[in-house]
Write a protein that binds this ligand. Sequence first.
Ligand SMILES: [Zn+2]
Length: 85
Amino acid sequence: MKKVISSYGSKFNAMCCLIFGHHYTISRNVTSHIKEYKCLHCEKQVTTNAQGNLSNLTPERKDINEALQNIYQKRHSHSSHKQVA
Ligand SMILES: [Zn+2]
């Protein structure tokens, strides 16, 4: 129930987003193509999906992204030689 007070302020910010649009910043680089974004005002989180579009960052997607990031980082640390595809 501690969230009640903080969500009050974000309601105002969310209204600004409705009028001006979200102000997304990159919150995490999952891979070179997939990133997670967070709105500075209402803290709405979105992510790049397989189609390259932005979609809501659900807990499920967050799990997928975490797995992807692990694979991506392993691959990059594994192959020390540079390979331009
Ligand atoms: Zn927003």
